[in-house]
Design a protein around this ligand. Structure first.
Ligand SMILES: [Zn+2]
Length: 342
C-alpha cells in the first residue's frame, strides 16, 4: 500500500513516500480503516523536527487527523464494516478513572496518533475500534479529516477551560489557523463578542466571514482601540505562545482567563507573573480535550452551524510541500491531504 514514513528528525526530506508498505493485520478489538483524507496540524511539524520532549521511535506513520471507511473489524464490532468514519486523534486506556469520566485526554496512557502511536499517513491503518466515530454519508471526507484535533482543541479552550458565556468578549490570536477558524465560529455561536487577529488581509477577511466582530493584523496593528471598546477581554485564546502570551495577559480583564496551547512563537519566555496574580487572571494550559466533543462538532456541522475551513488540498505524495505551506503560514484554514489522488 502507499504511505508516508518519517525516517529522521529534521527537514521535510525526512518524510518519505512509499508505494510498497505492508498492510496492517487486524488485531483483537481493532478495526482496519481505509484512509480517504488526512488533516494536517502544527504538531505534525514539531514531531517531524523532533523538538518535543518525547522522541517517537522511527520510522513512524505520521499525522493524527483522518477520515475513511472501515474495511475490516474484530468479530465483536463487525457491524462497523463499511461505515464512513472520522478517526479520533488520541488513544487512551479506556478503563482508568479519567477515561470513565469522559476525560480520555487526561488518561496517563494518552497517546496522540502520529506521535506516541503510529499515525494515519497510509492507505490502510489499524486502530482500536473506540478510536473511530461514525459520520453520516452527507459529510465530506476532506472536511471530516480536519474536524477532530483542531475542533476539540477550540471547543475545549472556549468552553471547557474558558467557560465562555453569552455576551462575554474573547480574543482569538491567529484566527485564520486551523484551531482559530473553529474557535471563531464556535465562540460566535455561543453569543460572545469575538475579536480575532491574523497576519494578512486575506486571513483577516476570512476571520470576518467566519463571524469575528473585530479583526486586527498582529504584525502591523496595535489592538489598543479595540481593547478600549471592550475594556479588556473576558477570555483570550492563545495558540501562538512566545511573547504573545505576555500580550494576552495584558489584554485580559481582571478576573479573566487566558487559555494557551501552542508554541508557534516559542516555548520558553520571560513572563511578568505580577500581571497574572495582580489581575486575578487564570492562566490555563490545554492539551487536546475529551473525545466526546467530536459528537458535538459533528452535530453542529450537520446543522450547518460549523464548517471546517480548508485552505489547500494536496495529495499524500505531496506531504513535504504541505508541511512547507504550514510552516510558511501561507494557508488560511486547514491543509488537507487527499489519499485518493496521486
Ligand atoms: Zn485511561
Amino acid at each position: 500500500m502507499k504511505g508516508v514514513l518519517l525516517e529522521c528528525f529534521g527537514g521535510v526530506d525526512c518524510l518519505r513516500f512509499y508505494d510498497n508498505l505492508k498492510e496492517p493485520k487486524l488485531k483483537e478489538g481493532e478495526v482496519l480503516v481505509e484512509i480517504k483524507s488526512i488533516g494536517l496540524n502544527r504538531v505534525d511539524i514539531w514531531v517531524r523536527k523532533g523538538v518535543l520532549s518525547y522522541k517517537p521511535k522511527l520510522p513512524l506513520l505520521v499525522c493524527s487527523d483522518a477520515s475513511g471507511v472501515v474495511i475490516d473489524a474484530d468479530s465483536s464490532v463487525r457491524h462497523l464494516v463499511g461505515k464512513k468514519v472520522v478517526v479520533l486523534p488520541g488513544v487512551s486506556c479506556g478503563s482508568c478513572q479519567s477515561c470513565k469520566e469522559g476525560n480520555d485526554h487526561l488518561c496517563s496512557d494518552y497517546k496522540l496518533l502520529g506521535f506516541k502511536q503510529s499515525g494515519v499517513s497510509a492507505q490502510v491503518i489499524s486502530l482500536p475500534y473506540r478510536n473511530i466515530v461514525e459520520i453520516p454519508d452527507s459529510m465530506d471526507f476532506k472536511e471530516a479529516s480536519c474536524i477532530a484535533l483542531a475542533g476539540i482543541t477550540a471547543y475545549s479552550a472556549l468552553f471547557l477551560k474558558g467557560g465562555l458565556k453569552l455576551g462575554q468578549s474573547v480574543l482569538i490570536w491567529a484566527g485564520a489557523s486551523g484551531v482559530g477558524s473553529f474557535a471563531i465560529q464556535l465562540a460566535k455561536l455561543s453569543g460572545a463578542n469575538v475579536v480575532a487577529s491574523a497576519g494578512s488581509d486575506e486571513k483577516l477577511e476570512l476571520c470576518k466571514s467566519l463571524g469575528a466582530n473585530e479583526v486586527f493584523n498582529h504584525y502591523k496593528q496595535d489592538p489598543a482601540e479595540i481593547l478600549s471598546k471592550f475594556g479588556g477581554f473576558d477570555l483570550v485564546i492563545d495558540s501562538v505562545g512566545g511573547q504573545t502570551l505576555q500580550k494576552s495577559l495584558s489584554y485580559v480583564k481582571p478576573g479573566g482567563k487566558v487559555v494557551f496551547f501552542g508554541t508557534t512563537l516559542g516555548s520558553s519566555i520571560e513572563l511578568n507573573i505580577r500581571e497574572v496574580f495582580s489581575k486575578n487572571v487564570s492562566l490555563m494550559g490545554l492539551y487536546m480535550g475529551p473525545s466526546w466533543v467530536v459528537f458535538e462538532l459533528i452535530k453542529l456541522y450537520l446543522e450547518g452551524k460549523l464548517k471546517p475551513v480548508i485552505g489547500e488540498v494536496l495529495s499524500l505524495r505531496e506531504i513535504a510541500r504541505a508541511h512547507e505551506l504550514l510552516e510558511e503560514f501561507k494557508v488560511a484554514g486547514k491543509v488537507v491531504l487527499d489519499v485518493g489522488s496521486w
